[in-house]
Design a protein around this ligand. Structure first.
Ligand code: F6P
Length: 357
C-alpha cells in the first residue's frame, strides 16, 4: 500500500503557498506516495474541516496563484485550541493529542507543515509528541532563523516598492510628506528592502529605534534644499527610542497605526502637509513573483526528499545555491531580524537615507 503524506498551511497566507503545495504533491506522487491536504491548518483533523486528497488535477495550474487552496487560520493552534463555551465565551483547550490520534488513524506517515514562526513552533511541539514533521518556512516577514529567504517576502517587497514609486509623484506634486506603513511585525525586512529599492528618504525599522526629532530634521533639511516632499517608510513595528510600538490590538499583539502616529507628529512639528497610508494585506495578496515561486517550488520538492530520507523534525531552508535542512529547534530559537551592520543598511546610509537615529 502507498505511504500517505499530509500537507497543511497555517498562520497568515503568503504568495507562494500554492507553489509549495504543487511541488510537494507532484514530487510525492512521482515517488509513489498518496498525498492529502489537511484543510485550515489542523482544523481538518479536529472535525472542524476536511482532509482532501491532493492529486495532479487538484494542484494543476496553481503555481502562480496567491493564497492557499488548503485554507489557513491563525486561530487553530492545537495546543491552545479555541473552544466556544455554552455561555458564548471562548476557552483555550490543548487538543494536540487529538491531532496526533487523528493523524495516526488516517494512516499518515509524514506531515509537511507550511507556516511561519507560530506554525513552525506548533510543528516542533507536535514533532516532540512523535509526529513525523517536515516544516516549510513561509512568511512575508522574512523573519525565520536559518533560511536566507522565506517565499512571499520578495513579492511583498515588490508590492511595497511599487506603492512607494507611485507615492513619489503625488508627494512631489503636493509638496507633502507621505508616511507609508508596511508589514513585518517585529522586524524591518520589508521596510528596509522596499525603502531602499523605492528611494525613500526615511526608513524606520524596529531594529533601529528612531527619534522623531531626527525624522523631522530630515524633512526640514530636504525642504531647505528645495526638495519639498519626503517619503517615510515605516515598518509596522517601528518604535521610538525608549518607547513602544503601536498596536491595533495590544493583547493579540496585532500591529497597525504607526503611520498615523508618525504623520500627526511630523505635521505638528514641521508644519508640512502630511498623509499616512498603510499597505496592510495588499502586501500578501496576488501572484508570487518568479523568485518566490522558485523558492516555494524548491522547498516543496526538498520537503519530500526529507520524507523519503526519513529525516523529520527539520525545516527546509534556503542557503543559495542549496536548500538545506535545519532542525526545527534552531529555526524556532529566535526571530531573524535585520542585521543593523549589514550592507543594505550601509547602502541606505551611503545614499543619504535616514533611519531617524
Ligand atoms: O506575519 C505576516 C503578517 O502579515 C505580519 O506582517 C502582520 O503583522 C500580520 O501577519 C497580520 O496578521 P493578520 O492577517 O492576522 O491581520
Amino acid at each position: 500500500m502507498a505511504k500517505k503524506i499530509a500537507i497543511n498551511t497555517g498562520g497568515g497566507d503568503a504568495p507562494g503557498l500554492n507553489a509549495v503545495i504543487r511541488a510537494a504533491t507532484l514530487a510525492a506522487l512521482n515517488r509513489g506516495y498518496e498525498v492529502y491536504g489537511i484543510r485550515r491548518a489542523y482544523k481538518g483533523l479536529l472535525g472542524e474541516d476536511e482532509v482532501v486528497p491532493l492529486t495532479r488535477d487538484t494542484v494543476r495550474g496553481i503555481t502562480h496563484i496567491g493564497g492557499t487552496i488548503l485554507g489557513t487560520t491563525n486561530r487553530g493552534n492545537p495546543f491552545a485550541f479555541p473552544v466556544e463555551q455554552p455561555d458564548g465565551s471562548t476557552e483555550r483547550v490543548d487538543r494536540s493529542d487529538d491531532v496526533v490520534a487523528a493523524f495516526r488513524d488516517r494512516g499518515f506517515e509524514a506531515l509537511i507543515a507550511i507556516g511561519g514562526d507560530g506554525s513552525l513552533r506548533i510543528a516542533r511541539d507536535l514533532y516532540k509528541k512523535g509526529l513525523p514533521v517536515v516544516g516549510v518556512p513561509k512568511t512575508i516577514d522574512n523573519d525565520i532563523e536559518g533560511t536566507v529567504l522565506t517565499f512571499g517576502f520578495l513579492t511583498a517587497v515588490d508590492i511595497a516598492t511599487d506603492a512607494i514609486d507611485r507615492l513619489h509623484s503625488t508627494a512631489q506634486s503636493h509638496e507633502r510628506v507621505m508616511v507609508v506603513e508596511v508589514m513585518g511585525r517585529d522586524t524591518g525586512w520589508i521596510a528596509l528592502f522596499s525603502g531602499v529599492a523605492g528611494t525613500a528618504d526615511v526608513i524606520l525599522i524596529p531594529e533601529i529605534p528612531y527619534s522623531i526629532e531626527k525624522v523631522c530634521e530630515k524633512v526640514i533639511e530636504r525642504d531647505r534644499a528645495g526638495r519639498h516632499f519626503t517619503i517615510v517608510v515605516a515598518a509596522e513595528g517601528a518604535c521610538p527610542k525608549g518607547g513602544a510600538p503601536v498596536f491595533k490590538d495590544p493583547e493579540l499583539k496585532r500591529f497597525g497605526g504607526v503611520c498615523e502616529v508618525l504623520a500627526n507628529e511630523i505635521a505638528e512639528r514641521t508644519g508640512k502637509d502630511t498623509r499616512a497610508i498603510a499597505l496592510r494585506h495588499l502586501q500578501r495578496g496576488g501572484s508570487p513573483i518568479s523568485y518566490d515561486r522558485l523558492i516555494a517550488l524548491r522547498f516543496g520538492a526538498a520537503a519530500i526528499e526529507c520524507v523519503d530520507d526519513g529525516d523529520f523534525g527539520c525545516i527546509v531552508a534556503l542557503d543559495p545555491p542549496y536548500v538545506r535542512r535545519i532542525p526545527l529547534d534552531i529555526a524556532t530559537s529566535r526571530q531573524k531580524g535585520v542585521p543593523v551592520d549589514g550592507d543594505v543598511v550601509a547602502t541606505a546610509r551611503a545614499l543619504g537615507m535616514s533611519f531617524g537615529d
